[in-house]
Every structure is written in structure tokens, then in C-alpha cells.
Design a protein around this ligand. Structure first.
Ligand SMILES: [Ca+2]
Length: 455
């Protein structure tokens, strides 16, 4: 008996000691871990402070010094058999591009001797056109209230497609379009405007429709990149504006909303009228007074980029249907062999003729896509020199034919025929183009974050 008790006692003693040792050991471990966590927390706080400090310094630098551009290249190039000088000016302070693999995105708009610029994340600056004759120059910042006016803060902070979508100067006012969060998780493309002033821009909301789409609707896709947002003057009272369908494709065919449409907005009353429907995502837009027509580019899905001609005089929506998402020369991403597209093709067949299905054919389309983007109608001088009247910029990816460069096209309004003229590869996504002094082309190359000029 006694022996048994002794053994029992020994076992109990052993277990208790083990528990005690493990308790002490674990406690030590926990306190060591706590110490580590404390150190990490301190490090993190220090890093955050450093980051905030650096961000502040970065913003102060931009605000005080401006954006320094440095000439990085000058070369002779041939465009449609004509010699041009091509110069590039690089900067590295701008960030938050609209496309993750780019450095920064900027829109350019010449006015008088100045060139106004707005970055995708809302930094507004200007420089003089004569600066482009120098080796380097400063983009001068214009302060504004933009951060207080725009509710969608992702515009200022992200590089995944949220951003300023268009810049227009019209009747001494600056207009900016962007994806606004109209309600909780509900978005559309809205416009703000300010009197033009080179010291401070006081923006107000100009156009913000109540119709919006959710970014978490299980039944629909959502793509913020498909926002449209290009603006162009129409007449003294009105502007035209492209609104994308945000990959809520069916909306482009419905008349009760502005998604997938080109609309006309009265600048005094903000009342709008739909001019054409059945568009996917248009980032290039001009109105030609002499012909009373609109030219608009349109990003297709996988293939099916389009250049469209829209007659204003029609003014009848049944005669102004450009087909999307019923007709398109492109395919849903992944194509017909991708089983996840089965339902998409049932809903949106992407028929291979517009005309036979009651829609208006594009003037020209591109398969594969070229990343069709900005569009300018060339000045008389450039038309003569280049034997073309339409210049289109291409975004897209490295190594794909027709991507990252400039396309020249001639459209004859009399003969109603189009001829594709030439492609100038630039190995960079061309975000924006504008004509300067009737004989030069300026552009923003977003892959490196450079302003370039062809002269
Ligand atoms: Ca179409």
C-alpha cells in the first residue's frame, strides 16, 4: 500500500512539476513574444511616421517646386513618309496611374501659350508651350479644392483604374470627369468644373446623374475602367460627353440611363439628352462643326475596337444605335471556348454584323484590339502634310501589333470611305494627344510618365 502511495505521489509530483515548468516556460515565451510584438509595433509606427513624413515632403515638393521635366531624347522620325522631330520630357514625381503597369497618367489641353495638365489623381499644373524648346522645365502647380469636392477618395490614392477620366477647357472654364461614388458602393461618371484661374481652381459639381451601378452586384460584372468620361464642346450652350457602361452591358441598350451612351449636356441648365446608344467605353471624342457629326473611338472587349461616326441631325435614338453589347467584332474575354462565358454569350451574343442586326456599323474596327483611345481631327496644315485627317492614340500592351503608338486614318466625308494610312509605334501607352499651333502634336506617354512632342 505504502509503496503504491509513494508511486502515486511521485507520479503526481512529476506531473505537477512538468505543468509548473511548462507554465513558467510558456509564460517566458509569451513575455518574449509580447516584447517582440512591442518592438514590431514600434518599428511599424516609426515606418508609418516616416511614410507620412515622406508623403508630406513629396506633396510639399510638388506644391512648392512643381513638377520638373527633363528632356531625355530627341530623334528624327518618319510618319507617313514625312520627317518629324520627336522629343520626350520625363518626370518622376507623379504617380497613381490609371493603369497599374504605367508610371502616371496625365491629360493635356493647350490654351493660348499655355498647356494645362491634369493627372489621374487630381494634380493640376501648367507650363508654357515654349518650355518644350528647353532642355528642362517646371510644371507649375495650380492649387484647388478638388480633394474636398470629389467624394470618391480612391481617385487620389489608387493606381488600379480609379481616376480623372477627362479634361476639357471650354469658355474659360475647366471641366474634369471622374468616377464618382454617388451612393454607398454605387458609381457613375460625374463632372466638376471651375472658372479657369492659374492660382486656384474652385471646383463645383457640374454634372452628376443619380443613376449609378453597384460594384458588388452578383448578377452583373463591374469594371471601373469602362467609365468613358471624354468631353468635347458642341456649341455655345452645350457639350458632348461619353459615359461608359462599367461592364453592366445591358444598360447600353436601355434608354432610361446614360450608361453606354454619348450625351449632350446644356452647360447652363445641366439638362441632358442622349445622342447615341450601344457604346461600350469611349475615350476619344470630337465634334466636327463643318460636317455636324461626332467621331468617337470605342474600346472593344477582346478585339472589336471601333471608330464610329455619329450624325447629330438624326436625333432619333432608333437611328443612333451602335450595337453594343448585341453586335461587336470582338469576343468576351476568354472567348467562346471559355465555359464561364456561356451565359454571357446567351445574354450578349456579340453578333458579327452591325448592319444586318439593325445597328450602325463602325467606320473601321480593329481585331485584335489596339487599345483605341484618344482621337484628334487634324488641322489643315497637318492634314496636308500627313495626307490624313484623323489621328488616334493607342494604349494596350507591349509586343502587340498596333498597340502603344499613333494611328493615322483618312476619312472622306464626300465619298464616305475610310483608308487606314500609317502606324507609328512609340512603345508607350499614349494616354492623351492634342494639336499645338496647328502643326505640332503633343502627347502624354504614360508607360514612363513623359510629355512628348512631334514637330
Ligand atoms: Ca459598335
Amino acid at each position: 500500500m505504502a509503496n503504491k502511495n509513494k508511486i502515486l505521489f511521485l507520479i503526481l509530483f512529476f506531473i505537477t512539476s512538468l505543468a509548473l515548468i511548462s507554465f513558467i516556460f510558456n509564460n517566458k515565451k509569451i513575455s518574449m513574444l509580447k516584447k517582440d510584438i512591442n518592438i514590431l509595433e514600434n518599428n511599424f509606427n516609426e515606418l508609418s511616421e516616416n511614410y507620412d513624413g515622406l508623403l508630406k515632403k513629396h506633396n510639399n515638393l510638388i506644391n512648392n517646386v512643381g513638377i520638373p521635366f527633363v528632356k531625355t531624347s530627341k530623334e528624327e522620325i518618319i510618319l507617313n513618309n514625312q520627317k518629324f522631330i520627336f522629343k520626350k520630357f520625363y518626370q518622376e514625381l507623379l504617380g497613381n496611374p490609371k493603369y497599374p503597369n504605367s508610371a502616371s497618367s496625365v491629360y493635356l489641353e493647350p490654351i493660348g501659350d499655355k498647356i494645362l495638365a491634369a493627372s489621374a489623381d487630381g494634380i493640376i499644373f501648367y507650363f508654357n508651350k515654349f518650355d518644350l524648346n528647353q532642355e528642362n522645365f517646371q510644371g507649375k502647380i495650380i492649387q484647388s479644392n478638388i480633394q474636398n469636392i470629389i467624394k470618391n477618395k480612391k481617385i487620389f490614392e489608387t493606381n488600379d483604374g480609379w481616376g480623372i477620366k477627362g479634361l476639357m477647357i471650354f469658355q474659360n472654364k475647366m471641366y474634369l470627369s471622374f468616377q464618382e461614388q454617388v451612393k454607398n458602393n454605387c458609381y457613375n461618371t460625374s463632372i466638376i468644373r471651375s472658372d479657369l484661374n492659374f492660382n486656384f481652381l474652385r471646383f463645383q459639381i457640374f454634372f452628376s446623374n443619380e443613376f449609378c451601378v453597384s460594384n458588388n452586384d452578383e448578377n452583373e460584372d463591374f469594371e471601373k475602367l469602362q467609365s468613358g468620361g471624354k468631353m468635347f464642346p458642341l456649341d455655345n450652350e452645350n457639350i458632348i460627353f461619353t459615359h461608359g457602361e462599367y461592364r453592366n452591358r445591358y444598360l447600353a441598350q436601355k434608354d432610361d440611363n446614360i450608361f453606354g451612351k454619348i450625351i449632350k449636356i446644356n452647360i447652363h441648365t445641366q439638362k441632358y439628352e442622349i445622342l447615341s446608344k450601344g457604346h461600350r467605353n469611349s475615350h476619344g471624342l470630337v465634334y466636327l462643326n463643318s460636317q455636324n457629326v461626332i467621331l468617337a473611338t470605342e474600346h472593344g472587349p477582346q478585339g472589336g475596337d471601333e471608330l464610329n461616326l455619329i450624325k447629330i441631325s438624326n436625333n432619333n435614338l432608333n437611328n443612333s444605335n451602335y450595337g453594343w453589347p448585341q453586335a461587336s467584332y470582338g469576343e468576351h474575354y476568354g472567348g467562346k471556348n471559355d465555359k464561364s462565358n456561356l451565359k454571357r454569350y446567351e445574354r450578349y451574343p456579340l453578333l458579327k454584323s452591325h448592319e444586318k442586326n439593325g445597328f450602325i456599323e463602325p467606320l473601321i474596327y480593329f481585331v485584335p484590339s489596339i487599345g483605341i483611345n484618344e482621337l484628334v481631327f487634324l488641322s489643315n496644315d497637318l492634314q496636308k502634310k500627313l495626307n490624313s485627317n484623323i489621328l488616334i492614340s493607342a494604349l494596350g500592351k507591349t509586343g502587340r501589333k498596333g498597340n502603344m503608338g499613333l494611328h493615322l486614318i483618312e476619312y472622306s466625308f464626300n465619298k464616305k470611305n475610310i483608308s487606314y494610312k500609317s502606324f507609328l509605334p512609340l512603345k508607350e501607352r499614349v494616354r492623351d494627344i492634342a494639336i499645338l499651333d496647328n502643326n505640332k502634336i503633343i502627347m502624354y506617354l504614360e508607360t514612363t510618365g513623359s510629355i512628348a512632342i512631334l514637330e
